[in-house]
Design a binder for this molecule. Structure first.
Ligand code: SF4
Ligand code: SF4
Length: 453
């Protein structure tokens, strides 16, 4: 297997304590919950509208919400049972209020009929599987991915069918599968590579069929050596080793961020406000690749995902959970929380969002729940030390955002390219004045959206 070790990186970055305490914990399947809460907005782009009503009985995998807008992804019921209520929940990321449906289980987990074309758990006839994939038209593949509601599972939640159908003037020559998982604590993608490697690689074969790029890379940080070795061997066994190259990268934060990874691997710089397709690249997360396989070959809609529950809790785990299960159930399944836990974070410690409400459900983009106990540092005035500027992987001016947001001069933030910030948190991490810079940046971006559009 062709494994290239990439020694150089295209950004300064941080060497953070990894705290990957669940790296060796196999994925545990959590039982089907009694109740799920499913919000209408689970992707970047347009929200969906319900196509079910209160009192309806639904099956597992049944479509319950959809949108006419192309940049959107349908939503499916993750359990079978009765639609009992339509409620409002606050999105902790955007603070927007979202309509959500509550479905109470009938205890049967009664699925819609799935059209399974191949059983990868029972058969290792990979050349037969490749023939099946080769026989499906690219447009049909994209349609299946759209119907299954697949979005980017690394947190971005961009609808995958849109990403795989770039405008004609955007010629794609490079596909990158992102298995970096550079944030401390999170191990869900690592375990997906180890436990669903066949699905991940056949998902890659499907993506290759749609895009036909000249170069395909699977990017993995060197702290996941077992995944590098395993996927390399598996690719040989499956006869896929000739189509892609594994790139082993230094463990450095934020290596896995789309723009830093593209620059490190290809040397190309995504323009300000641009997308990877502007530099002929499409990137997908490894867990998304698994879901692509399940959608196209098993006919399975997106109703579950792997999530790491970790931090200050008795038994941290990687869990395969139904979407819509509430966060309190995840916490319960991992034992007692340590005394003094004062932070619940969706995502990792650097890019995650702190939440207060444990009634909030697991949604498509959620890869980690982190429980922390930490002292809330006292914010001081900026001392113009320049550390935030020096560390920023996007070469931005974080201190300027703090200054202008405090003065409500949001347009000035735009002049300093605030929209190009990837919210990696490196600036906040190094700031000696304990300024929550990313908080100011999020406020600035939200205000720009509201006031300028
Ligand atoms: S300004 Fe944005 S991209 Fe730069 S370090 Fe801060 S959070 Fe990261
Ligand atoms: S790191 Fe903090 S104190 Fe230093 S310039 Fe940036 S915002 Fe100011």
């Amino acid at each position: 297997m062709n494994i290239e070790i990439k020694k150089k990186r295209a950004f300064k970055g941080l060497s953070l304590p990894e705290n990957k305490i669940t790296a060796k914990k196999p994925i545990e399947v959590l039982p089907v919950p009694d109740k799920v809460v499913i919000p209408l907005q689970q992707n970047i782009g347009a929200p969906c509208e319900f196509i079910v009503e209160r009192g309806d009985m639904v099956k597992t995998g049944q479509k319950i919400a959809d949108s006419q807008n192309y940049v959107s992804a349908p939503i499916h019921s993750s359990i079978s049972g009765k639609v009992t209520r339509i409620i409002k929940v606050v999105n902790p990321v955007t603070s927007n209020v979202m309509d959500s449906v509550i479905i109470e289980s009938d205890g049967l987990d009664n699925w819609i009929e799935l059209k399974k074309l191949f059983d990868i758990k029972k058969s290792d006839d990979f050349s037969g599987l490749k023939k099946i994939i080769d026989s499906i038209d690219g447009k049909e593949i994209i349609k299946k991915i759209k119907e299954a509601g697949i979005v980017g599972l690394g947190g971005a939640t961009f609808p995958t069918h849109v990403k795989l159908n770039p405008p004609k003037d955007k010629k794609i020559d490079t596909l990158i599968l992102n298995g970096c998982e550079c944030e401390p604590f999170i191990t869900s993608d690592h375990r997906v590579m180890l436990e669903y490697g066949k699905e991940v690689l056949m998902g890659l074969y499907i993506l290759n069929k749609v895009l036909s790029p000249q170069n395909i890379y699977v990017a993995i940080e060197k702290n996941k050596e077992d995944a590098i070795i395993y996927l390399g061997k598996l690719a040989e066994e499956m006869g896929l080793d000739s189509i892609f190259k594994i790139i082993a990268l230094e463990s450095r934060y934020p290596m896995g961020a789309e723009k830093t990874l593209i620059r490190t691997i290809t040397g190309r710089i995504v323009p300000m406000g641009g997308l990877p397709m502007d530099v002929r690249v499409i990137m997908n997360n490894v867990a998304t690749s698994k879901s692509v396989y399940e959608a196209v070959i098993e006919g399975k809609p997106m109703i579950d995902r792997v999530i790491t529950v970790t931090g200050a809790i008795e038994n941290p785990k990687n869990l395969l959970v139904r979407l819509g299960i509430t966060i309190d159930k995840l916490v319960e399944s991992c034992g007692k929380t340590e005394s003094g836990v004062n932070y619940l974070i969706i995502g990792g410690p650097m890019m995650g969002i702190s939440i207060v409400n444990t009634d909030f459900p697991v949604t498509k983009g959620m890869n980690c729940l982190l429980l922390r106990k930490s002292r809330i540092p006292f914010e001081q005035n900026c001392i113009n030390c320049g550390r935030c500027v020096n560390i920023c992987p996007m070469k931005l001016m974080p201190l300027a955002y703090v200054r202008y947001v405090k003065k409500s001069q949001f347009e000035a933030c735009r002049e300093y390219y605030i929209e190009n910030c990837i919210e990696c948190g490196c600036c906040s991490y190094v700031c000696p004045a304990n300024i929550p810079i990313v908080g100011y940046i999020k406020t600035g971006k939200n205000q720009l959206l509201k006031t300028i559009g």
